[in-house]
Design a binder for this molecule. Structure first.
Ligand SMILES: [Fe+2]
Ligand SMILES: [Fe+2]
Length: 260
């Protein structure tokens, strides 16, 4: 089975690129299953029910989230109503939505778990204990974990913690793709960050001028998250999983630009 994981889809430009091109990407790269991080899909923050439905209609199988899960109006409704949306498992159980989802593709059952890190990320329960508890209940052939975190050390620690217990661990959140894709010693495919799917000539998906103002100190002029225009790059990673051995046999980073 060949799985494409897509890094944080950012704003209108990012999501429209995915909606226009994903089916062709699936065909071109012979993809069986797509998981995408959608925490910035609605005007750079959060997601709403309409955007989630459209991404799924256009070829995303499961959408994972992160620290911006509830940043957008009706984000809680999307989490509650859409069984293909996954929010961090280690958030309080009272919040809307689910921390993992299991789907049957016909050839294999796949579980997708979303976790959020705790280093410079705001309050959350321990992702390591949370995923341990969830793995006792999950019985899918292939298990995929999106570790949405700031620190690469925390993400790599999760990769090794889950090595041999799940098939895929990828990181999201920092929007910059890392070049450390690897098969860990016990067969888990790992990359610290998939990168983002948004406007290339930007600063992590946000209009450059706004972010430059912010860092230069002109904070009053800076309105942080803001839509930007320009060509889009889709960043992610393709994982080849041997269904019977339940191991990743190969993984390839992808950076896709232009219309297919
Ligand atoms: Fe993000
Ligand atoms: Fe994030």
């Amino acid at each position: 089975m060949r799985i494409l994981a897509i890094g944080d889809i950012v704003g209108r430009r990012g999501r429209e690129y995915v909606m226009r091109n994903l089916n062709k990407i699936r065909e071109k790269y012979d993809i069986d299953f797509v998981v995408a991080n959608g925490e910035n899909a609605a005007e750079t923050n959060g997601i709403n029910p309409e955007i989630a439905d459209r991404l799924i209609e256009r070829g995303v199988d499961i959408i994972t989230m992160g620290n911006h899960t509830f940043s957008c109006k009706n984000g809680d409704i999307a989490m509650e109503d859409n069984p293909r949306l996954v929010r961090p498992l280690n958030y309080p159980p009272e919040l809307a939505g689910r921390g993992y989802v299991e789907v049957d593709t016909g050839t294999a059952s796949i579980a997708v778990i979303n976790l959020v890190g705790r280093i410079n990320m705001g309050p959350a329960d321990c992702p390591f204990h949370a995923v341990n508890a969830a793995l006792k209940k999950i019985d899918s052939d292939i298990i995929i974990v999106d570790m949405h975190a700031e620190a690469t050390s925390e993400r790599l620690a999760m990769g090794h913690f889950l090595d041999g217990r799940v098939q895929i661990v990828f990181g999201t959140h920092t929007h910059v793709q890392t070049a450390d894709e690897q098969i860990l010693p016990n067969g888990t495919g790992y990359i610290s960050d998939l990168g983002m799917t948004g406007v290339k000539d930007s600063i992590i998906g946000t209009k450059k001028e706004i972010v430059l103002d912010y860092f230069y100190g002109a904070v009053k002029r800076a309105k942080f998250m803001k839509e930007t225009e320009g060509d889009v790059r889709l960043c992610g990673c393709i994982f080849d999983v041997d269904d019977s051995a339940r191991k990743v046999t190969a993984l390839t980073r992808v950076n896709i630009e232009g219309e297919l």
